[in-house]
Design a protein around this ligand. Structure first.
Ligand code: XMP
Ligand code: MG
Length: 178
């Protein structure tokens, strides 16, 4: 089991307290921006589930939620640009205000693809909220509307984010050391 996360060096990048404070700020901003609107949050499985659970419970407006699962072909940790929807949303979104919730944007390929595919269903609006914005490796122009934290590079785990399905359960975010 040499490739379990326990054998790799890691350091805390964002503690649970810092994450909690930042999530509250994002939730307040979203609640303000979507007052009197009919908001649907669409979480991208699996990574976004922890962030989304905290976000909606800190928001002060009602919302509905749905989920998608997106698969990108190629290596496990980086997008190759070929993305498919392996689990679709279950709600009609025509005329609705949509906020996509994702764990991390890296190359930007996954979210660019997904935003474009949702636009074809004619929602009233689409915005994107990401927990982490990893800016160094963009392969396409992509800016999220709400960003938890910005990081330069490096692989992170915890708070929903995984390394080979490990470490999603950790309440803090760690940077894996090479
Ligand atoms: P894009 O298309 O923006 O894809 O490159 C983002 C997806 O890549 C994965 N990813 C990570 N997952 N720690 C993770 O646990 C990371 O540091 C990381 N960087 C990218 C993730 O699945 C995300 O949805
Ligand atoms: Mg993901």
């Amino acid at each position: 089991m040499e490739h379990t996360i326990n054998h790799m060096g890691k350091e805390i990048l964002f503690s649970r307290d810092v994450i909690g404070q930042r999530v509250n700020i994002l939730a307040a901003r979203i609640s303000e921006d979507y007052q009197e609107r009919d908001l649907i949050l669409i979480g991208v499985l699996k990574g976004a589930f922890v962030f989304m659970a905290d976000l909606i419970r800190s928001m002060t407006i009602p919302c509905r939620i749905d989920f998608v699962r997106l698969a990108s072909y190629g290596s496990g940790s980086t997008s190759q640009g070929e993305i498919t929807l392996t689990k679709d949303i279950e709600m009609p979104i025509e005329g609705q205000d949509i906020l996509i919730v994702e764990d991390i944007v890296d190359t930007g390929l996954t979210l660019s693809y997904f935003v474009e595919s949702l636009k074809r269903r004619n929602p009233r609006s689409i915005k994107v909220c990401v927990f982490l914005d990893k800016r160094k490796r963009r392969k396409t122009v992509f800016e999220a509307d709400y960003v938890g934290f910005t990081i330069d590079d490096g692989f992170v785990v915890g708070y929903g984010l995984d390394f080979d399905e490990q470490a999603r359960f950790l309440p803090d975010v760690y940077l894996i050391k090479a």
